[in-house]
Write a protein that binds this ligand. Structure first.
Ligand code: ASP
Length: 604
């Protein structure tokens, strides 16, 4: 290497040494005839001094601007007393220049690298290579590397083999839209990019590899409303002769190891487990944030015959009556409570009933519909006290869960009930096997169609009317209210897999055409197996306290699904289309590229 070491690696023990360093001009200061620059590389900043006595070098140093690339030879010395910077690892020392080589220049920048001023995401991504130079941004990727490195080490030590699966394959049924790739050599045919390596990893188990893992890209052509990306990374694993508890134990071990090795934090294992129905009942969500209380309380039995028609009617129609006790919520004004009503309305709730607990007891315009005993039992069950606000929804169970679950999260955030330093892991288990798709009016797999039902529920698979009773051998891992990943024990017998397709109304021919190779593989002595996939981007974002996964992806797409740096996706030539036997029928808007308004030209 040309350099002695990275800029950020020098300290007081190097005083007196002659060194060579390379890097970028982070900032430049002129102080009474002496020029200082902070030279930056991946590992940090180093102060470089140019003294006027060395006329030629000094004259060159006067021309230095932000982001010029330099090679400096010099001598490390202690900074004069009073000029040390305790905030920098190199803050005790500086390098006095003997020689300067300007390796490369840099024109005006679209945004400063040295001060982390807010810049629009579009601009940050257009000049991603500059954005990535920012130490705060670079730190995320160095940590991401450490995380995957630790994961690989742990999984390898546990006997998992890192095996690759193809990107050009057939569609896998994860439920999203596929990205299609025209197959030139098979005219009229398409590959699909994998939504996950699901089928291949199962086939690797049939092939006898016993334990597989891969840190792998997956592709889902989804609308990017939420914090999603078209391509994202999964930590994918599968193991043979395994039960739910085996997969869970390996994941707990993996997470604890990564936290210990990368963050120096102890994570308590095993993680708590909560059945799906309990999660919906207590938190209104299958990914509960358990860092704070404010749990949902059920009053259906207690209040189904009360005098309040709305409650009575909802219970009679098979719905539920549930509520939240907001501690100190008496302070909320009428219009703030109206705001809560509008908020839950977005989830389909028709209204929000409420009572304030004053020192004279419960007060609101619905209190008169309840007997003193009912009011008493409500307060007891809530454990409410003077100054609290009780809110209720009475509706279909799904609407109540969604409405109260979301209101709970909103209040948790707004009332600062969440301890941001906590990492609360949780397994959600006992998922239903099927979910009713209202639009398509058919049952769909809640996880995916290869998930095994619980042995004791297999008997319900044959009758369409009992499908809601089937529970899956599926599990999700949740961290602080975010689903980190999910997996299941798989079906390993062909006849069960066929029954599953039948329940999902996937025609035999369709199943054969799409997954015939898996069905066939299962007939050749498939071992029982199961696995899981963790969303790596989300995991890294949560650990780093980043709101968006785009902060931990080197070259993410914008929310519109484009890359402003390369302008992907782009159009292709007629010749390319012809080779593929394709013709574009949609009218394509002209490209919107013009001069870049963000470019600042540097004064000469
Ligand atoms: N392939 C599944 C997914 O991507 C995970 C699994 O079941 O292992 O959601």
């Amino acid at each position: 290497m040309q350099r002695t070491d990275y800029c950020g690696k020098f300290n007081a023990k190097d005083i007196g040494k002659k060194v060579i360093v390379c890097g970028w001009v982070h900032s430049r200061r002129d102080h009474g005839g002496v020029i200082f620059i902070d030279l930056r590389d991946r590992e940090g900043l180093l102060q470089i001094v140019f003294q006027p006595e060395k006329k030629e070098i000094f004259a060159q140093a006067e021309k230095l601007r932000s982001e010029f690339v330099l090679k400096i030879s010099g001598t490390v010395r202690k900074r004069p007393a009073g000029t040390e910077n305790p905030n920098l690892p190199t803050g005790e020392i500086e390098v006095v220049t003997d020689d300067l080589e300007i390796i490369n220049q840099c024109p005006g920048l679209p945004f400063e690298i040295s001060d982390y001023a807010e810049t629009s995401e579009e601009t940050r991504l257009k000049y991603r290579y500059l954005d990535l130079r920012r130490p705060q941004v670079q730190k995320n990727f160095i940590l991401r590397h450490k995380i995957t490195e630790a994961m690989r080490r742990y999984l390898s030590a546990e006997g998992f083999l890192d095996l690759e699966t193809p990107f050009l394959g057939k569609s896998t049924p994860e439920g999203a839209r596929d990205f299609l790739v025209p197959a030139r050599l098979s005219p009229g045919h398409f590959f699909a990019l994998p939504q996950s390596p699901q089928i291949f990893k199962q086939i690797l188990m049939v092939a006898g590899f016993d334990k597989y893992f891969q840190i792998v890209k997956c592709f889902r052509d989804e609308d990017l409303r939420a914090d999603r990306q078209l391509e994202f990374t999964q930590v994918d694993l599968e193991m043979s002769f395994a039960e739910e508890s085996d997969v869970m134990a390996d994941i707990e071990g993996l997470i604890a190891y990564v936290f210990k090795k990368v963050l120096g934090k102890e994570i308590k294992t095993p993680f708590p487990r909560m059945p799906y129905h309990e999660a919906l009942l207590r938190y209104g969500s299958d990914k509960p944030d358990t860092r704070f209380g404010l749990e949902i309380v059920d009053f259906t039995e207690q209040l189904k015959n009360c005098g309040f028609k709305v409650f009575q009617g909802a219970a009679a129609a098979g719905g539920v009556i549930r509520g939240l006790c907001i501690s100190g919520g008496e302070k909320f004004s009428r219009s703030e409570i109206d705001g809560f009503t509008a908020f839950v309305g977005a989830f389909g709730a028709k209204g929000l009933a409420w009572m304030k607990i004053t020192d004279k007891g419960p007060e609101s315009n619905i209190v008169k519909f309840f007997s003193p005993a009912e009011l008493d039992s409500v307060q007891k069950k809530f454990g409410s006290k003077t100054g609290d606000l009780l809110v209720f929804l009475a509706d279909d169970a799904k609407i109540v869960a969604q409405g109260l679950g979301a209101l709970r999260l909103k209040l948790g955030k707004e009332q600062n009930l969440i301890d941001k330093d906590k990492f609360n892991f949780l397994w959600v288990v006992d998922f239903p096997q099927f979910d009713w798709d209202k639009e398509d009016k058919r049952w769909v797999a809640m996880h995916h169609p290869f998930t095994s039902p619980k042995e004791e529920d297999l008997k319900y698979l044959d009758d369409e009317n009992s499908l809601s009773k089937v529970r899956a051998r599926a599990y999700d891992i949740v961290l602080n209210g975010t689903e980190l990943g999910g997996g299941s024990i798989r079906i390993h017998r062909e006849e069960v897999q066929e029954k599953m397709f039948k329940a999902l109304k996937i025609a035999k021919e369709d199943a054969k055409e799409k997954f015939g190779f898996l069905l066939e593989a299962l007939t050749f002595g498939a071992p029982p197996h199961g696995g899981i996939a963790l969303g790596l981007d989300r995991f890294c974002a949560l650990i780093l306290g980043e709101e968006s996964i785009r902060e931990v992806i080197t070259f993410p797409k914008t929310q519109k699904g484009v890359d402003p740096m390369s302008n992907a996706p782009g159009m292709v030539s007629e010749k390319q289309l012809k080779e593929l036997g394709l013709q574009i029928k949609t009218k394509v808007p002209p490209p919107t590229q013009g001069p870049d308004p963000n470019r600042i030209s540097r004064e000469k």
